[in-house]
Write a protein that binds this ligand. Structure first.
Ligand code: ATP
Ligand code: MG
Length: 425
């Protein structure tokens, strides 16, 4: 026998047992976005490689070593999107919906990064993200954090904490960069290979190192707050003030720099200790320079993205997130004459109960084995139509998950009877 083909490493099938939880989470997310006036945008999975190189940055982990990049048949370099912001900005410039406008957008979709797969870190994963354009004040920064906080509350998650920092303006970052490089140069012998490479091209990213051996050097590094100008400081204070007013707890983490190049001013992450090393469930920040960097006119912007696999891993700890899709009504036919009418009955029940799951058995089998199948499906009740029932214009309703008695009732009373079980359709 030839070898069977497996899915690509780090890319997972979401099996039917899991998709109920996904759908439920997606529904809650859609409702949240709507509640804050955000509109959905759907973007291509494939973009020109240059887009990511120019936005995320050449010397980031993502662009350096994580992208799925290939040449298409015309020899053009394309990449599977590793994140959603670059495509969103590209679309905004292309369609002219950014200039002098306020846009509150959200997206949901798969992202691709060639990382080492482990729990909470995959090569295909899903993110929901928001991007806001055209607002420069601290109020919108606070709004994004309020959205996230509301989501955790709605999901019953109380094990995520908020860390926040400010990166200042591009100039302030540059001044800080010099101070940081001076410090790191004096500790050259303690830097790992990655950090040595970053020291030349992107020293701030050293602060983002996941290598525990780097902890001590990083802890001793100067802080960016010492280089903040008045406007950046006021902006940050404005964000924190609004969080205080809203009663949202946060921790200022001066080492939080985020892995992507395009951030400035406010950056934040929600982190949990319940997922091991992959603890960041949501990350975001301001990227005021990005639209201009990609060829548009200056447009302030801010966004966040959350990893849905990580979020679901947290939710799975809660028992009620384990529920699967099960039928409400399982219709089955016994006897030669019943098949057609029973299938018709299932159709008419779908007319009356459009929101309910009604499964018709399909395929002839004895009553006993059909009932076994009905029970295994998890159906609330079975509706049985046999030759006798048809002759007497009756149906049998057999509760499978309710404490009610089995009942044989006349055809005309079936719907009112079922309505006693399924109050809203
Ligand atoms: P990390 O530090 O964990 O590598 P990141 O800084 O690369 O994360 P972002 O680019 O900010 O992550 O993406 C936002 C969110 O998307 C992350 O906080 C995380 O929840 C999720 N995410 C990122 N990469 C992956 C991945 N490979 N698999 C699953 N989820 C991911
Ligand atoms: Mg990463």
């Amino acid at each position: 026998m030839s070898k069977t083909i497996q899915s690509v490493r780090g890319m997972h099938d979401l099996l039917p047992e899991e998709t109920s939880a996904w759908q439920r989470l997606e529904k809650i997310l859609r409702r949240l976005m709507h509640a804050y006036g955000y509109r959905e945008i759907r973007l291509p999975i494939v973009e020109k490689t240059e887009l990511f190189a120019r936005s995320i940055g050449d010397v980031t982990d993502i662009v350096e070593k994580e992208m799925y990049t290939f040449e298409d048949r015309n020899g053009e370099s394309l990449s599977l999107r590793p994140e959603g912001t670059a495509g969103c900005v590209r679309a905004g410039i292309q369609h002219g919906f950014l200039h002098n406008q306020v846009q509150r957008l959200w997206y949901l979709g798969t992202m691709y990064r060639h990382e080492r797969p482990q729990k909470g870190r995959y090569r295909e994963f899903r993110q929901v993200g928001v991007e806001v354009f055209g607002l420069e004040g601290p109020d919108i920064d606070a709004e994004l954090i309020m959205m996230g906080t509301r989501l955790w509350r709605q999901l019953g998650l109380n094990n995520v904490r908020l860390e926040i920092n400010t990166l200042g303006s591009a100039e302030e970052r540059a001044a800080y960069r010099d101070a940081l490089v001076t410090y790191l140069e004096t500790h050259r012998e303690r830097l790992d290979e990655d950090s040595l490479r970053r020291l030349e091209r992107n020293p701030l990213r050293i602060l983002d190192s996941k290598n525990p051996a780097m902890r001590a050097v990083i802890d001793g590094a100067p802080e960016l707050s010492g280089h903040l100008g008045e406007a950046s400081r006021r902006h940050f204070e404005g964000v924190l003030q609004r969080l205080d007013d809203a009663g949202i707890a946060y921790q200022i983490n001066p080492r939080l720099v985020r892995g992507l190049d395009y951030y400035n001013r406010t950056v934040f992450e929600w982190i949990t200790d319940d997922l091991g090393a992959q603890g960041t469930v949501c990350a975001g920040g301001r990227f005021d320079g990005l639209v201009e960097q990609l060829g548009g006119s200056f447009t302030p912007a801010i966004g966040f993205a959350m990893g849905l696999e990580r979020l679901l891993a947290l939710l799975r700890e809660q028992s009620d997130w384990k529920t699967e899709q099960t039928p409400d009504i399982y219709v089955l036919a016994t006897g030669a004459a019943a098949d057609g009418p029973a299938m018709g009955l299932a159709e008419s029940l779908r007319d009356v109960f459009p929101a309910r799951c009604i499964v018709y058995h399909c395929g002839s089998a004895g009553l006993k084995s059909q009932l076994k199948r009905a029970d295994k499906s998890g159906a609330v009740l079975a509706v049985i139509l046999g030759d006798d029932e048809i002759a007497g214009n009756r149906v049998t309703v057999k509760p499978l998950r309710l404490t009610a008695e089995q009942a044989t009732i006349s055809g005309s009373e079936l719907v009112p009877y079922l309505k006693t079980f399924f109050s809203e359709n």
